[in-house]
Design a protein. Sequence first.
Length: 351
Amino acid sequence: MSDTTTIEWTEATWNPVTGCTKVSPGCDHCYAETFAERWRGTPGHHFENGFDIQLRPERLLVPLRWKKPRRIFVNSMSDLFHDKVPDEHIARVFAVMALTPQHTYQVLTKRHGRMRALLSSFAFRQACEEAASAIVSDDATPVPQYRRDAYMRQWWSHFAKPLPNVWLGVSVEDQKRADIRIPALLDTPAAVRFLSCEPLLGPVDLFGLIVPGRGRPKLTYWLDGRPGWGAPHTTSTGLQMQSMETGPRIDWVIAGGESGRGARPAHPDWFRTLRDQCAHSNVPYFFKQWGEWAPTGALVIRNRPVPGSELVGDPVDNRGHRIEMRRIGKKAAGRALDGRHHDAFPATIPR
Ligand code: SF4
């Protein structure tokens, strides 16, 4: 947990849980695991138990002490919805987020199923209310008096709707994970929904995709929201009206390449396609980094790979030229895509 962070799309990290287990190819070179495992067996170190799941109740109330509003990445060293994290602990995390509306929280998961089940559950929302009441009623907790008063005035309604200061996101490293996780995210009550396409391991189509599968192909509306009829209403002149509305959509897309040992190169067009799809639907796009590998700008025909460089994607012409990527390190690779930075954030007012 840190008051500051080098992660470009956030301002602070908060880890009321640490440790995790791998679920999909995006986890292969998990930076959190590499970092935590380095300290396994070091007596007294925060990560003495490496990357094993550990609840950190002593960290739960930390955001209550941060007066200055900030964007906070929740569990940069874990996955909040891991099945070894009890519901009650997750409820306490949500209680703290409800009691600190000055902050914006970014909760990112690869456990979309549990996130949807919990946040759609009345029992879980009740557990959040109870956890928040317990914090407010305990004089030893660092909740300012005005916040206690405000909470007590409307204690019954904090979790009736999604918390406006909590953004929920899923990781999407390829199309397979997009097809599984995005529909679950759209089905989860949330004020703001986002995708982290990092490390991007393949092309991802978010817009008007026809999903192949066992059932009938279908169109997706992930960036635009599925069109449908809104609730009927009567105008002031007595007319019965029913307007067209769109369903939930993705509000923000982050993308980036992989860094660290064993990092895999990403084709530049994968980032460009995401950027262009977002631009088409007016969805903010944040290009976080190239990662270890950057395009050299060269098109190359080569039979044998040169150490430190790789050719990616299909040939771009009938002579067999392909795009060359070189491993130059995260810092040198930078984060400019086609000569400019893409640093857009979602509007914080829920749609
Ligand atoms: S879900 Fe996230 S924290 Fe957990 S192993 Fe995968 S990359 Fe690491």
